[in-house]
Ligand binder design. Structure first.
Ligand code: FAD
Ligand code: SIN
Length: 546
């Protein structure tokens, strides 16, 4: 039986799942007026935000304009960018940078630069428009916002709390139009699943890069928000467009370390390894913009050259930029590579493409609203139309700030209503899993299947093979989920397999090659194309309407 508490709507906190740039922006914007609880399933500083290197777009320079940024976003997005969204983001970029500067983010300075900031450049950008903190921009931003959130009396930060599933009308056995009433969350240290009622829930869980064997992403990137929203009946868009970053360090001890695109922006060159150790440039054969072509083109070119020449990596040569410049602008990369025995001022860096960014996700409007009343989503978890078929570099951090702000504003405007108290988590599964190896085995298998069959170059046969394997894995994982006490590994695997299925089903639905989706069976780009939007059939009790 469920009971209704009259004041739950106004007194229940807003629960934000995720403590990256998206989640913290929403939290800080809400906290003056509403109690906020922020969940992070690992340490609070773990997530893609703290790993971001290159920077964040700001349309700030005299040589720049909203039009120019919109055009570059559209060019990179290969015809699937929603112009309205791109314009909204470009128009709000300057104030987003100012918002961060005002909070104390230590961007690299340039007394002659706009707002006193140094701007760098990355692939696909017509001009220098990337504000950055040397090559550790994300860490600089995250440290400042996290410190402010920690100090705020209205913000409760819960570290090592993992959202399991959204609480919807189905859990309350109600027949009316579905709504989100909160989340079930696993307190990882106690092993208990708690019920967190919420006036609104915001999914800010980042992307799903861990679905691939090789990725630049941190361990948090298991697509939890996308999978939870999908299971709750929300639409999911453009999941076939997984961005592979061209330059992830190739080193046996360091599989996920990104070599920022800003290095190419400053002149580093891609080369094929050869006998004399000098290397041969190859980008001229692929695109007139050479190393500064959009990411999908550069990643595909590297993949092509690696396969053609049977090499395990290509080289990124920055030696001509000089030691002093490299140490000043890329101190993190310089130090990390040196610790691994690569002096980037004297040797080219071995690099390979790796899964980097999830361009698709939960469908939202420009205020972060999803299909489910009471449920919002922001950041890499979402599909807003901004990235189209391929994200322009450094647009992601910007999207987190701009839509984090609009999402908070729309939560504040929403009418608070009395909410029923959701039922407690069903504790009948009290047994621990019999064999943990099933989880680790399935985890490895899933990521390998995705890497081998759903990578940079796809075929229908490979995608069908992947779907077949995914369905088998999914049924095994669902059985496990139903039978045993939940753990973080099991929940992450459950979410990854849902995301893998969404990626493959979306890829199979696209009968053309465009942006990040390249199929040998459909090599042409169709003259007219649309986003891929998947929707589940509503369950009887979840009377959700598309
Ligand atoms: P994240 O920062 O990934 O945060 C996700 C949060 O959700 C974490 O706190 C995590 O613990 C939490 N979480 C996830 N699931 C759950 C759950 N079930 N329960 C509780 N908590 C959960 N973009 C740019 O614009 N510029 C760059 O220079 C740039 N460089 C990058 C470099 C690297 C190496 C990587 C990986 C990405 C880079 N990106 C860059 C992309 C950008 O960093 C991310 O898209 C962005 O930071 C995503 O922010 P977010 O807040 O959406 O998610
Ligand atoms: C990078 O620094 O190369 C990553 C930038 C991004 O992902 O936007």
């Amino acid at each position: 039986m469920t009971t209704t508490s009259r004041n739950a709507g106004s007194s229940a906190p807003v629960v934000i799942v995720g403590a990256g740039l998206a989640g913290l922006t929403v939290a800080l914007q809400l906290a003056a007026e509403r109690p906020v609880t922020v969940l992070a399933k690992r340490r609070l500083d773990e997530g893609a935000t703290a790993w971001a290197q290159g920077g964040i777009v700001g349309v700030l320079g005299d040589d720049d304009s909203v039009e120019s940024h919109v055009r570059d976003t559209q060019d990179a997005g290969a015809g699937l960018v929603d112009e309205h969204t791109a314009r909204f983001i470009a128009e709000h970029s300057a104030q987003a940078i100012e918002w961060l500067v005002k909070r104390g983010v230590p961007f690299s300075p340039d007394p002659q630069g706009p707002l006193g900031l140094h701007l760098t450049r990355e692939g696909g950008h017509a001009v220098r428009r990337i504000a950055h903190a040397a090559d550790a921009t994300g860490r600089a931003i995250h440290e400042v916002l996290l410190a402010e959130a920690r100090a705020h009396p209205n913000i409760t930060l819960r570290e090592r709390w993992m959202a399991v599933d959204l609480i919807t009308s189905r859990h309350l056995k109600r027949d009316e139009l579905s709504r989100c009433y909160g989340v079930y969350a696993l307190d990882i240290d106690s092993g208990r699943v708690e019920t967190l009622p919420a006036a609104a829930v915001v999914l800010a869980t980042g992307g799903a890069g861990k679905v691939y064997r090789y990725t630049t992403n941190p361990d948090t990137a298991t697509g939890d928000g996308i999978a939870m929203a999908w299971r709750a009946g929300c639409r999911v868009g453009n999941m076939e467009f997984i961005q592979f970053h061209p330059t992830c360090l190739y080193h046996p001890q360091e599989r996920s370390f990104l070599i920022t695109e800003a290095l190419r922006g400053e002149g580093a060159q891609l080369k094929l390894p050869n006998h004399n150790g000098e290397g041969t440039r190859f980008m001229a054969a692929h695109d007139e913009r050479l190393e500064l072509a959009p990411r999908d083109i550069v990643a595909r070119a590297i993949d092509f050259e690696m396969k053609k020449h049977g090499v395990d990596y290509v080289l990124l040569d920055a030696t001509h930029l000089g030691e002093a410049f490299l140490k000043e602008h890329f101190p993190t990369i310089h130090a990390r590579c040196l610790a691994l025995g690569i002096d980037i001022a004297r040797q080219p860096i071995p690099v390979v493409p790796a899964a980097h960014y999830t361009c698709g996700g939960v469908v939202t409007d420009l205020d972060g609203r999803t299909d489910l009343p009471g449920l919002y989503a922001v950041g890499e978890t979402t599909y807003t139309g901004l990235h189209g078929a391929n994200r322009l570099a450094s647009n992601s951090l910007l999207e987190c700030v701009v839509f984090g702000q609009t999402c908070a504003a729309s939560i504040l405007q929403a009418q608070s209503e009395p909410l029923p108290s959701p039922p407690a988590w069903d504790e009948s599964q009290v047994e621990n899993a019999d064999e943990q190896v099933v989880i680790s085995h399935n985890w490895d298998e899933l990521r390998l299947v995705m890497w081998n069959y759903v990578g940079i170059v796809r075929t229908t046969k490979r995608l069908e093979r992947a779907l077949h394997r995914i369905k088998l894995l999914k049924s095994e994982i669902d059985d496990y989920y139903a039978a045993f006490r939940v753990t973080r590994d099991l929940l992450e695997l459950r979410n990854l397999v849902d995301c893998a299925e969404l990626i493959v089903r979306s890829a199979l639905a696209r009968h053309e090659s465009r942006g990040l989706h390249f199929s040998r069976d459909f090599p042409r780009t169709l003259p007219v194309s649309f986003p891929t939007i998947l929707s589940r059939k509503p369950k009887k009790r979840d009377a959700w309407l598309p």
